[in-house]
Design a protein around this ligand. Structure first.
Ligand code: NOJ
Length: 541
C-alpha cells in the first residue's frame, strides 16, 4: 500500500467564525486563521479542515452557500484564502476545504432565477420543484420532514403573486436541494472543485455526501416523524430495531446514484499533482454501506460517526473499533476516528467529565488510521450554555426551541485569559463566551505542563514520532475485564483504558515504561501498574 499523508493524518477542524477575529466585528475570519498558524503547527496537527467561509447569508453557519467560488466578506477575500493556503503549506501542514453539494442557499443566483421562472423551466430543473398535492396544490408533494425539523418543502409565490410550486429542502428552507440529475449541477460543482484545487488546496470535506441523489419523491414516507428522530446523532428514546428499520432505507439518503458523482470527482482529484484527498460526511446504515463511498475509485475517507456517538462503555467502544477496522479493510480505505465536531456536543460535555474525555482521546490517538480534532477539543472546552436570545442555529428555531441546536459547541475560542473577549475579538463575539473560560484560554493552558492542551500536544507528538503509532498496522486485543480496553500495536506498544469504576491492577515481570497517561500520577511500582477508573495508559515494553 502506498503511504499517503491523509491515510493517518491528524486533521484539525476550524470553524472560522469562532476561531480568531482580526477586524473587530465579533466574528472570526481567514486573517485570524493565518495569524494562528504558528499555534496550529505547534500543536502538531498535519492538516486543517476549514468549515465553509464562502459567500453566504449565513442562515446555517455558512452551510448555505450563495457563491461557492468566492469568500464571504465577513471572512475576508479570495486574497486571504490564497494567502492562507500558501502559509499553511509553509508551516508544513495541508489544508482542505468544505464543499456543500446537496444544496445551495436560496440567495444563490440559480435559485433567484428559479423563483422568477415558470414551473417546468430549465432554471427550476436545477432544484426539486414540484406541484403540490390536492385540488389547489396546497399540500406539499410528499410528507418528508426536514432533518432540522418541520416539513422539507416550502411553497413559492409565482411571478404573478399566486401561490405556486413547492421546493425540496432537506435542511433549512433557505437551503434548497439541488437536482443532481441535471448535468448543469454536476458541471458547476466540477468547476468549484477545480477552482479550489487550482489554488492549491489538498482536498475536500464533503457535506451530506450521502444526500445528493433522491428516489421516490412522489411517495409519502410511512413514518416521517420517526425518521427525523432516528436520524439524530443523540437519539435516545427509540428502540434499536425500530431505529434500524427506519434507517435502512431512506428515500433521500444513500441512494445508489451518489456513487457515479464521486467516481467523477475522484478522477478530478487524481488529475491534480500531489496527493489530493476527500473525506465524506456520511450517515448511512448499516455502517458497512459507508465503505461503498471509499471504494478505490471513489472517495478517500469517511468521517466516523459510529465512533463519535459510542457511549462510555468499553464493550460498545470495542465493537465500534472492530467494526470500523473490519469494514474499511474490505475496500482498502483507512479508518478515521473522531470525538466531536461543530454539529455535536463537545466530548467533555457528552461524557460529562474531562477525565473520561482525556482517556477516550488516548484510545483514539492510538488507533490505526486518521484522526479529526475539532477546534477547542485540545483545550478540553465544554459546551457553552448559550442564552436563547443569542441562539442562531436553525435547528433551534425549526424545532420551536425543543432542540437547543448546535450553538453551544460553536462559541468562539478563548486565547488570552486576561484580554477582552479572551483575545478572540475586540468586538462583541457573535456568541457570548462563558465567564469560566479564562481557565481554558490558550495562554493559561500553554503555561501549565499538566493542562489539557499540553496533554493533547504530547499525544500528537508521540503519535507522530512513535513508529508503532499512526500508520495502519492492525491492533491485537489482549484479554481484560469487561470494562477495560487493552490492545497492542506493533513494537511492544500497549494501550490500557480503564472505563470501569474500580482501579485495574496489572503485574509485570518484564521492564515496562509508561509512555503517556491521561493522569499524571501513574507509575509502575514493584512490577505493579494500577490504572485508576477513567484512565488510559500507553505502555512500552
Ligand atoms: C452537515 C453540516 O456539518 C451541518 O453543520 C449542516 O447544518 C448540514 N450538513 C447541512 O449542510
Amino acid at each position: 500500500m502506498t503511504k499517503t499523508w491523509w491515510r493517518d493524518a491528524a486533521i484539525y477542524q476550524i470553524y472560522p467564525r469562532s476561531f480568531q477575529d482580526t477586524n473587530g466585528d465579533g466574528e472570526g475570519d481567514l486573517a485570524g486563521v493565518i495569524e494562528r498558524l504558528p499555534f496550529l503547527a505547534g500543536l502538531g496537527v498535519d492538516a486543517l479542515w476549514l468549515s465553509p467561509f464562502y459567500k453566504s447569508p449565513n442562515r446555517d453557519g455558512g452551510y448555505d452557500v450563495s457563491d461557492p467560488r468566492d469568500v464571504d466578506p465577513r471572512f475576508g477575500s479570495l486574497v486571504d484564502a490564497k494567502e492562507l493556503i500558501l502559509k499553511t503549506h509553509e508551516h508544513g501542514m495541508k489544508i482542505i476545504f468544505d464543499i456543500v453539494p446537496n444544496h445551495f442557499s436560496s440567495d444563490h443566483i440559480w435559485f433567484q432565477e428559479a423563483l422568477k421562472s415558470k414551473p417546468g423551466s430549465p432554471s427550476r430543473n436545477r432544484f426539486h420543484f414540484y406541484d403540490g398535492r390536492g385540488p389547489e396544490g396546497n399540500e406539499p408533494p410528499n410528507n418528508w420532514n426536514s432533518v432540522f425539523g418541520g416539513p422539507s418543502w416550502s411553497r413559492v409565490k409565482e411571478a404573478d403573486g399566486s401561490l405556486g410550486q413547492w421546493y425540496l429542502h432537506l435542511f433549512d428552507s433557505s437551503q434548497p436541494d439541488l437536482n443532481w440529475e441535471n448535468p448543469e449541477v454536476a458541471e458547476d460543482f466540477e468547476k468549484t472543485l477545480r477552482f479550489w484545487l487550482d489554488l492549491g488546496i489538498d482536498g475536500f470535506r464533503i457535506d451530506v455526501a450521502h444526500g445528493l441523489a433522491k428516489d421516490a419523491i412522489s411517495q409519502n414516507h410511512p413514518d416521517p416523524e420517526g425518521l427525523t428522530r432516528a436520524l439524530r446523532l443523540d437519539v435516545v428514546d427509540m428502540e434499536k430495531t425500530v431505529r434500524e428499520n427506519l434507517l435502512k432505507d431512506i428515500p433521500f439518503f444513500d441512494r445508489d446514484g451518489v456513487h457515479q458523482i464521486y467516481r467523477q470527482w475522484r478522477k478530478i482529484l487524481d488529475s491534480y499533482e500531489g496527493d489530493r484527498m476527500s473525506v465524506a460526511e456520511i450517515l448511512v446504515f448499516p455502517t458497512i454501506r459507508g465503505t461503498r463511498y471509499v471504494r478505490p475509485d471513489e472517495l478517500h475517507q469517511i468521517f466516523n460517526f459510529d465512533f463519535l456517538v459510542a457511549p462510555w462503555d468499553a464493550t460498545m467502544i470495542k465493537e465500534s473499533i472492530d467494526r470500523t477496522l473490519r469494514e474499511v479493510a474490505t475496500v482498502g480505505a483507512p479508518a478515521t476516528w473522531v470525538l466531536c465536531n461543530h454539529d455535536s456536543s463537545r466530548i467533555v460535555s457528552r461524557l460529562g467529565d474531562s477525565d473520561k474525555a482525556k482517556a477516550l482521546s488516548m484510545i483514539l490517538h492510538a488507533l490505526p488510521g486518521g484522526i479529526y480534532i475539532y477546534q477547542g477539543e485540545e483545550l478540553g472546552l465544554p459546551d457553552a450554555d448559550v442564552p436563547s436570545e443569542f441562539r442562531q442555529d436553525p435547528v433551534f428555531f425549526r424545532s420551536n426551541g425543543s432542540d437547543n441546536g448546535r450553538d453551544g459547541c460553536r462559541v468562539p475560542l478563548p486565547w488570552l485569559s486576561a484580554a477582552e473577549n479572551y483575545g478572540f475579538s475586540t468586538g462583541s463575539p457573535w456568541l457570548p463566551q462563558p465567564k469560566a473560560w479564562a481557565d481554558y484560554a490558550v495562554d493559561v493552558e500553554s503555561a501549565d505542563p499538566n493542562s489539557f492542551l499540553n496533554f493533547y500536544k504530547k499525544s500528537l507528538a508521540l503519535r507522530k514520532s512513535h513508529p508503532a503509532l499512526g500508520g495502519e498496522d492492525s491492533i491485537q486485543w489482549i484479554e481484560s475485564p469487561e470494562s477495560v480496553l487493552h490492545f497492542q500495536r506493533s513494537l511492544g506498544l500497549q494501550i490500557i483504558a480503564n472505563l470501569g469504576a474500580e482501579t485495574y491492577s496489572l503485574n509485570f515481570t518484564s521492564e515496562v515504561e509508561i509512555l503517556h497517561s491521561s493522569r499524571v500520577e501513574i507509575v509502575v511500582q514493584d512490577g505493579v501498574l494500577n490504572v485508576p477508573s477513567n484512565t488510559t495508559v500507553w505502555l512500552q515494553f
